[in-house]
Design a protein around this ligand. Structure first.
Ligand SMILES: [Zn+2]
Length: 324
């Protein structure tokens, strides 16, 4: 492992170990696959991982005005991985689908006629995705492991490739960028690499979100317990155990937060093909600001009549079309 500019460079084997040791309070439900398009293989000189990552960070912060580099990880043509945005923060990679996601940018241009993916990078993409699935218990399917191409750039709705979309992660990424390409060519490799997920030692009790700007995560359920992490406002946490005023947020590790700083969330699933998202609780909030699709999981941050708020920002849907 090497560090530079605040990033860490890892081999796949190092990554597989490293990710199991990270304390991550934020709930991770989804994994996104992208290609960088530029930089591409012509920019990679074999030893300039950090410089290319820094270039992307500068572009995202200076040109785009984002708080940090958009992605959590970049995977390079030699199969090495460089860390990016902190795992506690949602990525800036797919408009409408960043919450509860981890974003992987695969360095290269994988459109037809672009770069030919090296075997090392191919292996790393599969194994990194699988390691994330194991770490966050993400089931291997096309609802939870997604390509950028499947989301409309203007509405954030999942369209599976129709509407205004990017080709990302490339028309030649593991044989194509469509849902069926992923299901036929990519996801089976990931599933094989995941193997059998271990049993969860503790059942999940409920979800809750962070009400304060930064919530300390402690090793023991009391204020003097060593602070091992902190997680920002709005993060969705999983609660596995209650002990007095403390809540355990990991099924496998001693990670505790103060109960007074979180609020319980209902979780639901969209039961209609397309459900309009509005800026307030009612159809008078027109036009809609987005769409969520059948099967998508949502969290309820507030309720008003028959409407539910599905983010910390003002995003509301009719509760009639959500199964709880
Ligand atoms: Zn993308």
């Amino acid at each position: 492992m090497e560090n530079k500019f605040g990033f860490t460079l890892l081999s796949v084997a190092e990554f597989e170990n490293w990710i199991t040791e990270q304390n991550v309070a934020r709930t991770v439900l989804n994994i996104q696959e992208h290609h960088t398009w530029s930089p591409n293989y012509t920019h990679f000189k074999g030893n300039n991982h950090f410089e290319l990552q820094k270039g992307m960070q500068d572009f995202h912060t200076v040109v785009n005005g984002w708080q940090d580099i958009g992605q959590h990880f970049s995977i390079f043509p030699d199969g090495k991985i460089v860390t990016g945005r902190g795992l506690e923060i949602s990525p800036a990679c797919i408009y409408g689908f960043n919450n509860e996601s981890i974003c992987i940018e695969n360095v290269g241009n994988f459109d037809n006629g672009g770069d030919t993916m090296t075997p090392e990078q191919r292996d790393a993409i599969v194994r990194v995705t699988a390691a994330l699935c194991r770490r966050f218990r993400v089931p291997v399917n096309s609802s939870r492991i997604v390509y950028h191409h499947w989301f409309d750039l203007n509405t954030g709705a999942r369209t599976n490739g129709s509407g205004v979309t990017k080709t990302c992660p490339g028309t030649h990424f593991f044989g194509g960028n469509k849902v069926k390409d992923a299901e036929q060519n990519f996801l089976p490799l990931v599933q094989k690499a995941v193997g059998n997920m271990d049993q969860v030692p503790l059942p999940l009790l409920y979800y809750a979100y962070v009400k304060v700007k930064w919530l300390p995560v402690r090793r023991k359920p009391f204020f003097l317990g060593k602070k091992i992490n902190e997680t920002p406002f709005g993060s969705v946490l999983r609660i596995y155990e209650e002990k007095g005023k403390w809540r355990r947020i990991s099924a496998t590790k001693d990670e505790w937060v103060n109960a007074g700083k979180i609020k319980k969330l209902k979780r639901g699933t969209v039961n209609t093909d397309e459900l309009n998202v509005r800026s307030g609780p009612g159809i008078q909030f027109n036009p809609p600001i987005g769409v969520v699709r059948k099967g998508q999981e949502i969290f309820v941050f507030a309720e008003s009549g028959n409407w539910v708020k599905i983010g910390i920002d003002e995003r509301w849907v009719s509760a009639k079309f959500v199964d709880f």
